[in-house]
Write a protein that binds this ligand. Structure first.
Ligand code: PLP
Length: 397
């Protein structure tokens, strides 16, 4: 990239970014400073549940900002009480701790499980996690993750996260010792390339955890809040976990995350957990607006229908270009592109005005706004068709 982005040298260079600056967004579209339009099927990494800058959220932000931004985490505020009640009414969980990022919520879940182990399981602290898992970028959540690229980073790792193999219950049984307090997983491994835990596996885990007295913890940061066509992805398997973490889509674009637990597991003592911005009214008011909108049965049904429509379109392309598997649930969808360089497809797609992402070198991921229209899905498929033709030509050349 030879183009120069002014002041880019003042941002820590943590990743390679294309030399454009996004200026404005509306629904499924983004515009850069030169006026180019992009159809956005990344949406802030499955974050903008209702698309870019929806009226509902700008109203919620403005209304709350004019009333009260934050009184301090040492005091109650109405929006956090309201959002906690909404989440508990919608789920099998009773108590909520709000956080500012997914990793912070997972970090809190790890602490809660360890506290539970200390109180009820003779100091057991190990949490079985899975190969390929992604739980965040703090030291403990990187240690809990099963990403091969993380293995050698930032030694020494936080101990206590033995790994098992997804959809292999025997591997979980083998990982359990007298020190185990919990099992934690993503119902669908998002960063690993949209790799689902099967409903049967989730049910087996639930039975195993009940039999062994272990906590079942689900990381629904990517799958929760309607993304898979149910409010929470674990509902597909009809299980009832003990702890859940939410992030990404719950804020509709603002930094909000949550740790939820059943009463029997909510065992933090005063001083164990907290944070300056946690549960502030400005952000919780936005979360409430998102949750109220998404929880509507008609809205969730539309997510499932749009997801099927997207999968159908991708399957046609997969056959046409001899690509590979299409998988996902609701609007968390992947297309395997074995034999192609997925990152190359992503950058050609961007030149064609389509934003998609490659969680792995051979996998494309699609995570549009939950209220994406079928016409926008058609547009995505048509653009991707053009991109794949172009990629094919490049390969032939
Ligand atoms: C994104 C993600 C996280 C981390 O959330 P941050 O807000 O980036 O800290 C954790 N778990 C899963 C499943 C995620 O998709």
């Amino acid at each position: 990239m030879t183009e120069h982005v002014p002041n880019a040298e003042n941002l820590m260079n943590i990743t390679s970014r294309p030399p454009i600056i996004f200026e404005r967004g509306e629904g499924s579209y983004l515009w850069d400073t030169s006026g180019e339009q992009y159809l956005d099927f990344i949406q802030g990494w499955a974050v903008n549940s209702l698309g870019h800058s929806p009226q509902l959220l700008s109203n919620a932000i403005t209304r709350q900002a004019q009333k009260l931004i934050t009184p301090s985490p040492a005091f109650f505020n109405a929006p956090s009480l309201h959002l906690a009640k909404q989440l508990s009414d919608l789920s099998c969980f009773d108590q909520v701790f709000f956080a500012n990022s997914g990793a912070e919520a997972v970090e809190g879940a790890i602490k809660l499980a360890r506290r539970f182990g200390e109180l009820h399981r003779n100091g057991a602290y190990e949490i079985v996690t899975f190969d390929g898992a992604f739980h965040g970028r703090t030291l403990a959540t990187m240690s809990a993750s099963g990403k091969r690229e993380f293995e050698t980073l930032f030694a020494p790792k936080v101990p206590g996260f033995p790994k098992a193999v997804l959809n292999n219950i025997a591997s979980v049984e083998q990982a359990i010792t007298g020190k185990t307090v919990a099992v934690m997983l993503e119902p669908i491994q998002g960063e690993a390339g949209v790799r689902p835990a099967t409903d049967e596996f989730l049910q087996q885990l639930q039975m195993l955890c009940s039999a062994e007295g272990l906590l079942l913890m689900v990381d629904e940061i990517q799958t929760g809040i309607g993304r898979t066509g149910k409010m929470f992805a674990f509902e597909h398997a009809e299980i009832s976990p003990d702890i859940m973490v939410l992030g990404k889509g719950i804020g509709g674009g603002v930094p909000l995350a949550a740790l939820l637990a059943k009463d029997a597991v909510s065992c933090f003592k005063h001083g164990d957990q907290g944070g300056t911005f946690n549960g502030n009214p400005l952000i919780c008011a936005v979360g409430s607006a998102v949750v109220e909108c998404v929880a509507d049965a008609g809205f969730l049904q539309t997510v499932s229908k749009s997801g099927e429509y997207l999968c159908d379109g991708l399957s046609v392309l997969s056959r046409k270009f001899d690509l590979g598997n299409v998988r996902g649930r609701g609007l968390l969808v992947a297309l395997d592109v074995a034999g192609y360089d997925a990152n190359n497809i992503v950058s050609i797609a961007m030149q064609h005005g389509l934003l998609i992402n490659a969680p792995r070198p051979d996998t494309l991921r699609f995570m549009p706004a939950l209220n994406v229209s079928l016409r926008e899905v058609d547009e995505c498929i048509a653009l991707l068709d053009k991109v794949l033709c172009k990629t094919n030509t490049l390969r032939a050349a």
